[in-house]
Structure formats: structure tokens, C-alpha cells
Design a protein around this ligand. Structure first.
Ligand code: E4P
Length: 230
């Protein structure tokens, strides 16, 4: 499963892109509304930081407006994927945008039926919101599992993108159910780093190595002899 970062913060993308684990990013109007600065600049900077698709969302209500916004957003950067909220109008806009070759991330999908419609409209990604389902006591595991199943059996080409990820367990569930992508907030990506045994293990390796100072000198010498001239 590929990982996208779900954010409107350039600083957060700058930090986490350095880990080498990001395949893309998703933004939404709420995430961008928290940030200072021009949304176009933010989206372009995020594109430059992640080597992959970056979703930017339309807000128009009618298909023509959605398509016009989608085309304009696509012109911001070649990596832009147009994010379209699920609705009848959103399906029509998705069909038109994808027919013109624009990738679309159909968002706010909460059921297998909605996913089937999104796939038929040609969506490249179908964003299924896990956290918001759990918030209303609907099992996100069951819904995502059903969505992945219907995508496979209908041989749809759309990729299932697990969204509204609230904690690391959501990522593991999404991956084990067969989602192609999860878009994850920076805070949760950082939680995924942590394990007390890892920190303890690193501490112990360091202590043991330092107990043999000559080993440290040997490694420094080894590194120096392998320096590639600039
Ligand atoms: C997906 O692309 C959305 O931006 C996001 O995952 C929504 O998550 P939330 O429910 O935490 O707002």
C-alpha cells in the first residue's frame, strides 16, 4: 500500500518527505483553510516536495463549475489530481474530466454503492473515509472491506484510497484489506514511527558500541576510505 500525506501544511510535507516514504499527497478545503498564504502556492510547493499525485479539491456544486475548477487546478502543476466530492454532479464532472485525461480522486465515499458509481464514472482514486465512519458507529473495516471486494469483482481500475485516517491501526487495517493507498495525517505518520523496543534497542546498540572506542575509530576510517569525490 502506498502512502500519501493528508495535509495543507508545506512545513509538514517538507519534514516527512525526507523520510522517503511518500508517494503523493491529498489536500482538502478544510486543511487549506488552516494555512496562511496563497492556496495555489501551497499546492504547487507540495507537488514539488512529493514525487507523485497531489489532490486539490473543487468546491463548485454543478458539473460545469466542477469541471472548470478541475481544469484550472490541473493547470497549477502536472502532478495535480482533481478531487471531486461524491454526488450526482460530482459523478458527471468526474466522467467529463477523466474523459479529457484528467486524473480524479472521488472523495467522501462511504459505501460500496457509491464506490461502484465512482468507478463507473472513471475515478482514478476512490477515497473512503474510515474515521468519519467510525465516528458514527459504522465499522470502517466492514465498509472498506466491501468496497475493496466490489472493486476487485467488478474489475474496476479505480484504486481504493483509505482516507480520514485517525490512528496507526487504520493504516494496518487499510493495507490488510487491500487498499492501494492510504492518505495519512503527519501526526499519525509520526505515531507509526514509534515503538518502545526500537528506542530501547538503539540506546543499547549505542551503549555497547561506545564501550569499544577502537570500533568507533575503525568505522570512521572505513567511511573516510569510501568517500566518493564530489
Ligand atoms: C481525504 O483526502 C481527506 O482530506 C481526509 O482524509 C479527511 O479526514 P478527516 O475526516 O480527518 O477530516
Amino acid at each position: 500500500m502506498r502512502l500519501f500525506i493528508d495535509t495543507g501544511s508545506v512545513a509538514e510535507v517538507e519534514e516527512i518527505a525526507q523520510w522517503g516514504i511518500l508517494s503523493g499527497a491529498t489536500t482538502n478545503p478544510s486543511l487549506l483553510a488552516k494555512e496562511d498564504g496563497d492556496p495555489g502556492d501551497i499546492i504547487r510547493r507540495i507537488c514539488d516536495l512529493v514525487n507523485g499525485p497531489v489532490s486539490a479539491e473543487v468546491v463548485a456544486k454543478e458539473p460545469a463549475g466542477m469541471v472548470a475548477e478541475g481544469r484550472a487546478l490541473r493547470a497549477l502543476h502536472e502532478q495535480i489530481c482533481v478531487k471531486v466530492p461524491f454526488s450526482a454532479a460530482g459523478l458527471a464532472a468526474t466522467a467529463e474530466l477523466t474523459a479529457d485525461g484528467h486524473p480524479v480522486n472521488m472523495t467522501l465515499v462511504f459505501s460500496a454503492n457509491q464506490a461502484l458509481l465512482a468507478a463507473e464514472a472513471g475515478a482514478t482514486y476512490i477515497s473512503c473515509f474510515m474515521g468519519r465512519l467510525d465516528d458514527i458507529s459504522v465499522s470502517s473495516t466492514e465498509v472498506v472491506s466491501e468496497i475493496v471486494d466490489v472493486m476487485r469483482t467488478s474489475e474496476a481500475t479505480s484504486e481504493v484510497l483509505a482516507a480520514s485516517i485517525r490512528h496507526p491501526a487504520h493504516c494496518v487495517i487499510a493495507a490488510s484489506l487491500g487498499c492501494e493507498v492510504a492518505t495519512v495525517p503527519g501526526k499519525v505518520l509520526k505515531q507509526m514511527l514509534d515503538h518502545p523496543l526500537t528506542s530501547k534497542g538503539i540506546e543499547l546498540f549505542e551503549k555497547d558500541w561506545q564501550s569499544r572506542p577502537e570500533f568507533g575509530e575503525w568505522l570512521s576510517g572505513l567511511v573516510a576510505s569510501h568517500q566518493v569525490p564530489a
